[in-house]
Design a protein. Structure first.
Length: 354
């Protein structure tokens, strides 16, 4: 079955009767504020911190938290303008409460609570990974989900929005984290994933020899730390090696490993829909090869639009709509929540039991 990409038209197609939800994500280094009505994205503003963290080669948590504080008001104003709405038009406020960097989480979570309290509307504490799942709109459970980002690489069987089972995860580095670390070894700028993929386009993906992660394993789990170490040793032993070949080979192996384990999970679960989410879902090689896998196995494959693949507030708004119960009460899994304003930031928060 052909690959399908979930597209979003900002500011159009506003369906009557759907509530307007404001979503906030400050789980890491991007300040995201988005607005959705139903499954329609009306605004998606992301203020990146790339320049701030570039000289460190990675995110500095304290600096990230302070920067969120500096820009979140502006991000909200831009989102409202983009959507053509006033703050009084908002029917509910959703914000990420975990997982993520605790200081960064607290900024968006506290801001969202204050907005909801001031507006007198429900507050929706959203799991960051639930946001990634919701970003592929138009897809209804049951489906298999691969979430691959800088902080997470895991497979989930989503039988309903309230019945999610984690099938397996990375034993060590997340796929996006491995991309960033290898990019740094290659002397590429932060964030490393996009830069490595661009360099890979100039290289030969069989140009160097790298080990296959967890070769021979039949389990549903990933590992990328050993691959990263192999690249470091290769560069140390062969300083004149073609870096484009290293990038291309590394990308081939990571994408191949993701597909190998995903194929295994599809065969074991029998699920006929596959959602690829998280920042690594923007990788073009992954998109091509997953689409080919879907054709081969007759599985419907769905991606979020590129703008919703990385961390953003719109995906949190989309996830928030799934939490709303009746017109007057807030519900998760059918159970009303009366103390959502008391929700804490949780840096380590599993989406589902393994």
């Amino acid at each position: 079955m052909a690959s399908e990409q979930a597209e979003h038209t900002v500011g159009s197609g506003q369906a009557a009767g759907h509530r307007v939800i404001l979503g906030i994500d400050t789980s890491c280094d991007d300040t995201g504020v988005g607005i959705a009505r139903g499954d329609q994205v009306l605004a998606n503003v992301v203020v990146p911190q790339t320049a701030l963290h570039d000289r460190f080669g990675g995110v500095m948590p304290e600096l990230a938290s302070r920067e969120h504080l500096e820009v979140i008001d502006e991000a909200l104003e831009r989102a409202l303008s983009q959507a053509g709405l006033q703050l009084s038009d908002v029917d509910a406020v959703a914000a990420t409460h975990g997982p993520g960097l605790v200081g960064a989480l607290l900024v968006g979570l506290s801001y969202g609570k204050a907005l909801a309290w001031g507006l007198g509307v429900p507050f929706l504490p959203v799991h960051h990974l639930q946001g990634h799942l919701a970003a592929a709109t138009g897809v209804e459970p049951p489906f298999l989900a691969l979430i691959a980002s800088g902080g997470h690489t895991a497979l989930f069987a989503v039988r309903s929005w309230d019945d999610v089972e984690e099938l397996g995860r990375s034993r060590d580095d997340a796929a996006g984290e491995a991309f960033d670390k290898v990019a740094r070894l290659l002397g590429l700028p932060y964030p490393g994933g996009p830069a490595l993929s661009k360099l890979a386009e100039q290289g030969h993906d069989q140009g160097v020899k790298l080990p296959w992660p967890m070769a021979g394993s039949k389990g549903i789990e990933f590992s990328f730390s050993g691959l990263k170490t192999a690249v470091a040793l290769l560069l140390e032993r062969q300083p004149d090696v073609a870096k484009a070949d290293v990038a291309a080979t590394f990308e081939r192996v990571v994408v191949g490993s993701l597909l190998e384990v995903t194929r295994r999970a599809l065969e074991r679960t029998g699920l006929r829909r596959l959602v690829i989410a998280g920042g690594v879902a923007a990788n073009q090689r992954l998109r091509r090869e997953v689409a080919a896998l879907g054709e081969e196995l007759d599985v419907q494959v769905s991606f979020p639009s590129p703008a919703l693949a990385t961390d953003n507030g719109a995906m949190i708004a989309l996830a928030g709509r799934l939490m709303l119960g009746g017109d007057e009460e807030l519900a998760v899994g059918g159970e009303p929540i009366h103390d959502a304003l008391g929700t804490d930031a949780v840096p380590y928060l599993p989406l589902a039991p393994t």
